[in-house]
Design a protein around this ligand. Sequence first.
Ligand SMILES: Cc1cc2nc3c(=O)[nH]c(=O)nc-3n(C[C@H](O)[C@H](O)[C@H](O)COP(=O)(O)OP(=O)(O)OC[C@H]3O[C@@H](n4cnc5c(N)ncnc54)[C@H](O)[C@@H]3O)c2cc1C
Length: 446
Amino acid sequence: MKTPRQTPEITLVGAGLAGSLLAIYLARRGYRVTLLERRPDPRKTTGPAGRSINLALANRGIAALEEVGVMESVRPALIPMVGRMLHDEEGRLKLIPYGNKPHEVINSVSRAGLNTLLLDAAEATGRVSIRFGQTVTGLDFANRQVVPQWTRYDVLIGTDGSASAVRAAILEATGGRLDEEPLGHGYKELSIPPADGGGFRMDKNALHIWPRGEYMLIALPNIDGSFTVTLFLPTQGEESFQALTTPAAVHALFERRFADAIPLMPGLVEDFFANPTGHLETIRCEPWSFEDQALVLGDAAHAIVPFHGQGMNAAFEDCSAFDRCLSDPDRPWNEIFAEFEKRRRPNADAIADMALENYVEMRSTVREPKFQLKKDLSFRLEERHPGRFIPRYSMVMFHTIPYAEARRRGAIQEEILDELANRTASVDDVDLVRADRLIADRLGTI
Ligand SMILES: Cc1cc2nc3c(=O)[nH]c(=O)nc-3n(C[C@H](O)[C@H](O)[C@H](O)COP(=O)(O)OP(=O)(O)OC[C@H]3O[C@@H](n4cnc5c(N)ncnc54)[C@H](O)[C@@H]3O)c2cc1C
């Protein structure tokens, strides 16, 4: 078995968000890294049709970026979002804060901008070489070679995203298990341009949501004054992507359900038909590695639906967790891979479930008075029991408590909130003595 010390070079497949960050971690440990990426160098091309696509960066992602020393370069590119700005069908607005403290915000960041910054930082280590335009289709495990390049590798990590070729090779070689759970809903990226003369057409410090029960529209700000808008809709049915085949049908849906967004989106119909409809699914697979040769990490190991804004954050946390598995330089690779999977799998499963649950919350539950009451109550209980009662959303977004633990504690807290909220309509009328007792009884040992 090879050990990290005897393996000076690591090959990564995929120079997206996880691959570029992992390359920095590995370079810091003294490895030479070769990154194989199928796309052309994004620093020399513009994005797809010039669109800017953004993501929400939260504490777990930030913790990893801080760990490798790039966070200060990322910070100027962030737009903090303090809460969800709900748009109802009459165009009325309501802000629901994400957290209970001023620093509890999530950050909108350009996907391409962040990727570029990480690629630059990886190259700046002097140990990382990136080969663009290299599509990997498989692995020849017998000869430790990448197909079709036929380049040899010592150790290879697949950071090649949700349709991972490395995962397919590992599962074929091991006879492993692949679970693909389609959501039955897809997405379409649209856009709100900057206001005439510059500036934002809506509050820039919020994640805007038009929750409509079975589906929703969301918008996140970009630093150029635009918003990236995403329509999430069932793939089939009366109100679905399948039904939106003409400009008139798209316009009619927006007139009916998202009327206040229409004046903000002069390119709505053009964008709708120019941009692809994305597919959403949860992917679970087992095992994540093959012997001492190959591992998958990030979306390649566990792709999730985007409704908790955690896919990239989880992938970054994977990189940090993998780095920690490397601390013993004499440990063989198969043990390192096994330890990584043991640590991360329960957490990957937990965030996959919580992301699915959050879709229902964002498109539907968020509109109910009970939701606001429970949110207010959870902040009140957090103030009374700091460190013991932490709203589940906050545990996921503003802490680095393992996802599985956040899910476990969250379920207990939800029961407490339900019991308290079912007896009252206002947070001021909640029986706090009873609340304290329930928390002491059920969360006392945490
Ligand atoms: C609509 C949407 C919104 C999202 N919003 C958020 C959000 O707000 N916050 C958040 O944290 N996450 C979000 N995510 C999830 C996030 O995009 C992913 O979790 C993240 O990109 C995973 O990073 P990755 O590096 O594992 O995969 P990717 O970013 O997909 O990178 C994979 C890389 O591998 C390359 N590649 C693929 N196949 C091959 C091959 N065969 N050979 C060579 N190279 C290959 C690709 O070109 C790419 O560069 C969202 C996802 C979607 C779909």
